[in-house]
Design a binder for this molecule. Sequence first.
Ligand code: GLA
Length: 368
Amino acid sequence: MRIHVKSPGRVNLIGEHTDYNGGYVLPCALDLTIDLFFEKKSKKSYVKTDLGYSMTFDVNIPYKKSNNHWENYVLGAINELKQIKSELSNFYCIIKSTLPSGAGISSSSALVCGLIKGLSKLNEINIENSDIINLSRNVEHKYIGLLGGIMDQFTILNAEKNKAILLNCENLESKFIKLEFKEYKLLLLDTNVKHNLANTEYNQRVSECKESLQIINGLCKENYSNLSQVNKVDLSKSKEKLGETLYKRASYVLNENQRVINSVEFIENDKLQEFGQLMYESHFGLKNDYEVSCKELDFLVEYSMKYDEILGSRMMGGGFGGCTLSLIKGNLIDEFIEEIKQEYFSKFKRKLNPIIANLDQGIQISLI
Ligand code: GLA
């Protein structure tokens, strides 16, 4: 038996850094994927990627952290599965990818979800998508050291073609939102500023948000279970105690959460101009209040503002590099890409990678 798993990247229309704050997000799956091909093997396991990395190991030897960053995704996924079934078969896995890594389109979650999906099938472990989501998130928390939310994994497992998922990250209730952008397209511009979020201030933002919530709960009658639920009156009451930095973080989260709700209304009513405006507002919140942007991302967003044909643009994903997402009129794309590539190169001496984001379904598994 040979198993093929096709695991997509994710695009998030709006709602950044709201997932681990129990807020709303609006993600979709990309048509760029990590493809994993599995087969059982009798002796040692062998995993090989088309980027030239490979590893050989025995699945039943106890977990030991590797010095090689990417190997910990594989070893972590296996160790999490072993909590469900202690003895696994050794295997052979070839990994091919059209999904750029470190670009903020969730290549690491696509890899981990793909590994868990394929290995659970290979070992006849009966698990639900919701278990795969949780195990995959454990891999990032426990073996990679990134205290991320649930958005990426949920999207990869559940997405439907040409739809966004309005996901409430507190209770995981979700609703599909049909996307019809007509003559507009989603364009990703990858800055090539590679980020490994575990080495950025991502975890610091997670703890700043926890601390903000504790302070607000200590001052107000409500016992909020997450930061996204706090109302504006209680936030203002807590302003002095929070201090400047935490107040900015908390304000951003509340505003961004509201922007997701408003965006859905605008998208459903064909008000793309208004939705685009919220994308810009989201970017400036991420830049000024949440402070997770960088000069390359800011340049791309600010450059986009010169064009009426670009309705909105913002940094996407965890930040500190990665890519921007823009809503742009289809007939401007070629000209715009040529121009911005040159401007970007002359300013930063880096290559800009444009990707037109076509939206597809979530993870697929087949026997071949
Ligand atoms: C990364 C994390 C997600 C989410 C985004 C920011 O992609 O993996 O859980 O927090 O950053 O919205």
